[in-house]
Write a protein of this length. Structure first.
Length: 310
């Protein structure tokens, strides 16, 4: 029989991408987690991780096991919640910008529902200003937003970057064809202010509050935009400092919560949001080299080969 404690550590390694961070999540030492994985491999008679560069990746058997491990852990959590009646079982309303619907949202919701299967979570994707207003009005319990707000808990800072299609030189056109969000968007304001101050002419080619509309236009090579590293998609590349465009400010990602007394469900979701978005102390936000496009297998969402720091 498989040991669920070992499976929990195995899943934590895959989710966090690091034995060290996995140990923190399951409240064990790194050596204890390594020992659990070793015993699990010995029991199965198959290696679950293989060395790749300075880290490791899941083997084919590891890829198979992680799917079963998640199902087993979710069933265990649901059974405990149903029988013990000690589990969280309320409702939570959460907002997040569309910019992070592919990067952070799947991880947040997946982690939360696995740990609290009886809690009903409702997600709303809108612009940061509207989400902040909804939290203030009590329509949402909390929201992840961009920019700066007096009530915002800063979770992550990363630089904004000029982004164009791979193997494309759209940034050399004048006026610059820009695909940006609405005038209230902090990314748009940062980009247009930087261009105006540098005396670089630009024109609005597309205005949309939805990154799903902006990205294809940029990928087609007919416009450029600004994005933080966490929002990059396949077919895009970051422009280097030598390519003629002015520097951009840092982007702040934060959490705003309602003023009312927070429920246990809200506190639990806030912790999962922090765990998914925050960059651990001592680590830097990883960015791709300016001249290299983002390839599909490097995307955060469900990579085929999961890379794990040793």
């Amino acid at each position: 029989m498989l040991d669920t404690d070992q499976l929990r550590s195995f899943a934590a390694i895959v989710d966090t991408g690091s034995f060290t961070r996995a140990a923190d999540r399951v409240n064990k030492t790194q050596s204890a987690v390594s020992m659990q994985i070793r015993r699990l491999e010995e029991q199965l008679g198959r290696p679950l991780f293989a060395k790749q560069g300075r880290g490791v990746r899941l083997t084919e058997d590891g890829e198979k096991l992680i799917e079963y491990a998640r199902q087993i852990l979710q069933i265990e959590a649901a059974a405990f919640a149903s029988v013990s009646r000690k589990a969280l079982a309320g409702r939570i309303r959460f907002g997040i910008p569309d910019d992070y619907s592919e990067t952070f949202l799947p991880d947040i919701v997946t982690r939360f529902t696995r740990r609290h299967p009886l809690v009903e979570i409702t997600v709303m994707c809108e612009g940061s200003l509207m989400l902040a207003d909804r939290v203030a009005a009590g329509e949402l319990d909390m929201a992840v937003i961009n920019g700066a707000s007096q009530d915002m808990e800063v979770l992550r800072e990363e630089p904004l970057r000029w982004v164009v299609a791979t193997n494309c030189r759209t940034h050399e056109l004048r006026p610059l064809p820009m695909a940006l969000s609405s005038p209230s968007c902090c990314w748009r304001r940062a980009a247009t202010s930087a261009l105006d101050e540098a005396g670089i002419p630009w024109r609005p080619l597309l205005a949309s509050a939805n990154l799903a509309a902006i990205a294809p236009v940029v990928q087609a090579g007919i416009a450029l935009t600004v994005l933080p590293a966490s929002s990059l998609r396949p077919g895009l590349r970051v422009l280097g400092e030598h390519e003629g465009l002015p520097p951009l400010p840092m982007n702040r990602i934060g959490l705003v919560e309602g003023k009312a007394l927070r429920s246990a469900e809200a506190k639990a979701l806030a912790e999962e949001i922090r765990a998914s978005i925050c960059v651990p102390d001592g680590e830097a936000v990883v960015e791709l080299p300016p001249a290299i496009g983002v390839e599909p297998d490097l995307q955060r969402s469900r990579p085929r080969a999961r890379l794990v720091a040793a």
